[in-house]
Each structure stands twice: as structure tokens, then as C-alpha cells.
Design a protein around this ligand. Structure first.
Ligand SMILES: *Cc1c(COP(=O)(O)O)cnc(C)c1O
Length: 231
């Protein structure tokens, strides 16, 4: 199943790249493996996946210990400050930094462990009340503040678009994140490297690619529906 799903996702990525005149190498696929057992991650790994996304610290740590060391782990879920210390030296990229306080904690733990942590600033472009993320208005000043902290490197922006039946409805949100990204590039802020736009999930990654996504985060489209029992 995972093999067929990955093939389908790959075809869709290619078509979206073709439609928008982008090259396939500029879009990186993150296999979002939250709630899925290690065996399924291993299967995806054997099929070539090296980027995996998790949204819980404990689950990420468990899987980290059981799977090969060349995996790039992406923390994509809301991160509590008291758990930062467990993952700063394990994650490749934290996508979900939405406050200065969280960034300060990441910076502090990164200094302690003598590592530099790459992060994305999460922006709630659609302004949904139920979602985390800084507001579009505050994104630039947050980036400016975080950029001053040691051992933390801002690599770009991330957003979680609303759940919609028709992915076209999210196009404006992806375009808006891209616009904020361009605005930040034009500000030439020291220690800010705007390279990545993490946007698009199973339901809307093709539209996200057309609007400039460099990371897409696909769970269901690779591993199938998630079952949540008592979590
Ligand atoms: C779960 C999750 C995804 C993947 O969602 P699918 O719809 O299953 O592709 C992507 N991004 C974030 C932040 C998530 O929590």
C-alpha cells in the first residue's frame, strides 16, 4: 500500500511542478508518520523516504531510537517549552515555532548542547482560532526578534491551512505565506535564511506546490487514514 501511495504522490508532485514550471528537486516530501507504527516508517524508509514528520515529542524520540540515523526528523506539531530539551539535538527542522518564548527556550537548550537548531516560524495565515501560529501581521517582527538569539537559525515559514473539501480554497493562504516570505527576504535581516516554505498536506499539496512550497507534509496520502485511540 505504501509503495502505491508513494508512487501516486510522486506523480502528483511531478504534475504540479510541471504545471507551475518548477523543478522537482525544489520540492521536498515529508512523510508524516504520526500515530503510525515503526514498521510502516521502515517500509517508507526502504522505499527511499528520509524525511519524516512527527507532532509529539515522546513519539518522535521513541521512533528516533528505533530507526536509522540518516533520517531527517521534522517536528511539525505544537511544541511545549518544557519538552524542547529532549529534541533539540535530534530534529533536523522544527516547523512550529510560533512565539519568542518558545524560540528562547530552543536557543537556550541549543547553546547547552552546543548545536544550532534550524526552525521555521509558523504563521496562522487563515487566522483560524483553533490553530497555533503567529499572526500574519506579527510574523515579521517575530522573525526579527528570533534572529537575534544564539544557536537558532530561521530557515523559512510554515503554515497549516484550513481543512477544506476543495483545495483551491486554500490557494490564497499559500500565496499569502509566500508574500510574507518575500517581504522578509527584502528586509535582509541578519541570520535569517528564507529558503523554505512548509505548506500543503494530503488534501492540498498540489496547490501548495503551485504557490511555491519547498516542503510538503503528507501523512494520510502515504500511510492511509490515522486511527486515534485514547490519545
Ligand atoms: C498531521 C499533519 C500533517 C499531515 O496531514 P495529512 O492530511 O494526513 O497529510 C501535516 N502537517 C501537520 C502540521 C500535521 O499535524
Amino acid at each position: 500500500m505504501i509503495r502505491d501511495n508513494l508512487q501516486q504522490v510522486e506523480e502528483n508532485i511531478k504534475s504540479a511542478c510541471d504545471r507551475s514550471g518548477r523543478s522537482r528537486e525544489n520540492v521536498k516530501l515529508i512523510a508524516v508518520s504520526k500515530t503510525k507504527p515503526v514498521e510502516m516508517l521502515r517500509e517508507a524508509y526502504d522505499l527511499g523516504c528520509r524525511d519524516f514528520g512527527e507532532n509529539k515529542v515522546q513519539e518522535l524520540m521513541d521512533k528516533y531510537d528505533k530507526l536509522p540515523g540518516d533520517i531527517r526528523w521534522h517536528m511539525i506539531g505544537h511544541l511545549q517549552r518544557n519538552k524542547v530539551k529532549y529534541i533539540v539535538d535530534k530534529v533536523f527542522l522544527i516547523h512550529s515555532v510560533d512565539s519568542l518564548r518558545l524560540a528562547e527556550e530552543i536557543s537556550k537548550e541549543a547553546v547547552k548542547k552546543n548545536v544550532t537548531v534550524s526552525i521555521l516560524v509558523e504563521v496562522n495565515v487563515a487566522g483560524e482560532e483553533t490553530k497555533f501560529g503567529t499572526t500574519a501581521k506579527e510574523a515579521i517582527s517575530l522573525v526579527e526578534e528570533i534572529a537575534k538569539l544564539p544557536n537558532i537559525m530561521i530557515k523559512g515559514l510554515m503554515t497549516i491551512a484550513p481543512y477544506v473539501e476543495n483545495s483551491e480554497e486554500n490557494r490564497l493562504y499559500f500565496a499569502k505565506l509566500k508574500q510574507i516570505y518575500v517581504d522578509i527576504i527584502h528586509k535582509n535581516i541578519d541570520n535569517v535564511f528564507m529558503e523554505e516554505l512548509s505548506m500543503g498536506m494530503t488534501g492540498d499539496y498540489e496547490v501548495a506546490i503551485e504557490e511555491g512550497a519547498t516542503y510538503i507534509r503528507v501523512g494520510t496520502g502515504i500511510f492511509g487514514e490515522r486511527q486515534y485511540h485514547n490519545v
